[in-house]
Design a protein around this ligand. Structure first.
Ligand code: ADP
Length: 238
């Protein structure tokens, strides 16, 4: 077990990153051919896949909303995604994360344009090394765009926090588990609208403000990669 004091050595983190440096980002669309849209997103060793199905008719009918479309999200961590096998199936954590992912995505969609329908978003974590909910949101937003569903903007997400007294971005599992504070953040970058803000731990007001700035800057970087990956997809279509 690493102690909090050792998470930063000579100004660098245990994986060699500077405090404000994201892990290597990788993204790809169209990874699940049966889905209407899909995407893969990696923050270093964290791997998330999102698969989007719909808009499609919602059954059973009594669940249908006459004025709007139901967005349903399911976050799931594969049993092999962590060192010690995770027991399969939903638990309190996955129910919470499914809900916050839905709330982070909903503001970007025109759900009222598809009454009585549903859009299903499945987020599968293949490998978990911290920041899985934000990796899931990035993958899901890209998958919604890949499905051709109208959106106000992409949703870009990242984690930030405080480890060994230093403010950092994109926490690994070690960093998350030994942090003084950690914060999950998502936004619609061009609309400047925040759609997820969850925090654990204690920060001063100044630290919180600095972290929010770091989170916005990191989301901009994620957003640039998301746009690049989508543009490449349409280049392939030409
Ligand atoms: P997030 O993955 O969004 O940061 P948490 O803060 O709940 O969410 O989890 C931090 C990290 O802890 C995860 O990314 C994962 O690496 C690890 N973790 C979470 N749940 C488990 C579990 N059941 N077994 C082992 N590791 C886990």
């Amino acid at each position: 077990m690493k102690t909090r004091e050792k998470l930063i050595v000579d100004g660098k983190r245990l994986d060699g990153r500077l405090p404000e440096q994201l892990r290597t980002i990788e993204m790809k669309t169209g990874v699940v051919t049966r889905a209407n849209g899909s995407a893969l997103m990696k923050f270093g060793n964290t791997i998330a896949i999102a698969s989007v199905h719909g808009p499609r008719a919602l059954f059973p009918r009594h669940l249908q909303e006459s004025e709007t479309c139901l967005l349903r999200c399911r976050y799931n961590m594969a049993p092999f995604s962590v060192d010690e096998r995770k027991s399969p199936g939903p638990d309190r954590r996955s129910v919470e994360l499914s809900k916050v992912i839905r709330l982070a995505l909903e503001p970007t969609l025109f759900l009222e344009d598809f009454p009585r329908a549903t859009i299903d978003v499945y987020v599968e974590i293949l490998q978990a090394d911290g920041s899985t909910r934000v990796a899931g949101i990035n993958a899901a937003s890209l998958a919604l765009a890949d499905a051709g569903i109208p959106m106000r903007d992409l949703v870009a997400a990242c984690s930030v926090g405080k480890i060994s007294g230093t403010l950092v971005v994109d926490l690994t599992a070690d960093e998350d588990n030994n942090s003084e504070a950690d914060l999950a953040f998502a936004m619609l970058p061009s609309k400047k609208k925040i759609t997820l803000l969850q925090m654990d731990g204690i920060l001063t007001k100044e630290e919180l403000n600095k972290l929010l700035k770091l989170a916005k800057d990191s989301c901009e970087k994620v957003y640039e990669t998301q746009k690049k990956v989508l543009k490449e997809k349409y280049k392939r279509v030409e």
